[in-house]
Design a protein around this ligand. Structure first.
Ligand SMILES: N[C@@H](CCC(=O)N[C@@H](CS)C(=O)NCC(=O)O)C(=O)O
Length: 200
């Protein structure tokens, strides 16, 4: 498998999961500005959407969209418990959470990267995002991880997008449980290995 990634982008979540599962993979860096890969290929020919993450399987098929990639990977090693069994009620809960992170947190923070966004729009986006983070804070005050007491692919995804808050002067400490989750996940060996590999 090949994982197309950009350092510190949302592709960090599947990267962490690949390492958590100890699956064999090749990491291929994408220059998101000119849409070329580190080995000189046209990234748009690999993923016409032009964004990471993209997972290329050994048979050449390419899977995109973080929540789909995360679940695909978790299902390759169900015994690792990074996603509840397909078809179960708890799996629907995972999908609910992945969708929430994708549209409400990733989506919200994603807008803030746009330097042309008017200040008033930025303020509205921040206000909405903070409401979403407060909801997650409520969940995490009751349990260690997003789905309960065990780490799942949803935690890898939330960890990845919350790392961006620092760049927008959003102090995560105002949500103590979220901040604790972030610190706990940062300790994981797979997370540290993924961050080190992306920094190379
Ligand atoms: N809907 C996609 C969004 C992926 C996405 O936002 N990728 C960003 C990095 S976090 C990117 O590569 N953006 C470059 C671009 O859109 O040109 C997903 O959830 O995987």
């Amino acid at each position: 498998m090949n994982l197309y990634f950009s350092p510190d982008a949302c592709s960090l979540a599947p990267h962490i999961v690949l390492r958590e599962l100890a699956l064999p993979f090749k990491l291929i860096r994408v220059d998101n500005r000119n849409k070329t890969t580190a080995d000189g290929a046209d990234f748009l020919a690999i993923n016409p959407k032009g964004y990471v993450a993209a997972l290329e399987l050994d048979d050449g098929q390419v899977l995109t969209e973080g929540p789909a990639i995360l679940q695909y990977l978790a299902d390759l090693k169900p015994q690792a418990g990074l996603a509840p069994a397909n078809g179960s009620w708890q799996r629907s809960r995972l999908q609910e959470m992945l969708n929430f992170i994708s549209s409400e947190v990733h989506g919200g923070l994603g807008w803030l990267f746009n330097s042309e966004l008017p200040v008033a729009a930025q303020a509205l986006i921040r206000q909405k995002l903070f409401k979403r983070l407060a909801l997650l804070e409520g969940t995490l005050q009751q349990q260690e991880y997003l789905l309960g007491e065990a780490f799942s692919v949803a935690d890898a995804y939330l960890f990845t997008v919350l790392r961006w808050t620092a760049g927008f002067a959003i102090e995560l400490e105002q949500w103590p449980a979220l901040s604790r989750l972030q610190a706990r996940i940062a300790q994981r060996q797979a997370v540290q290995a993924a961050l080190a590999a992306e920094a190379r």
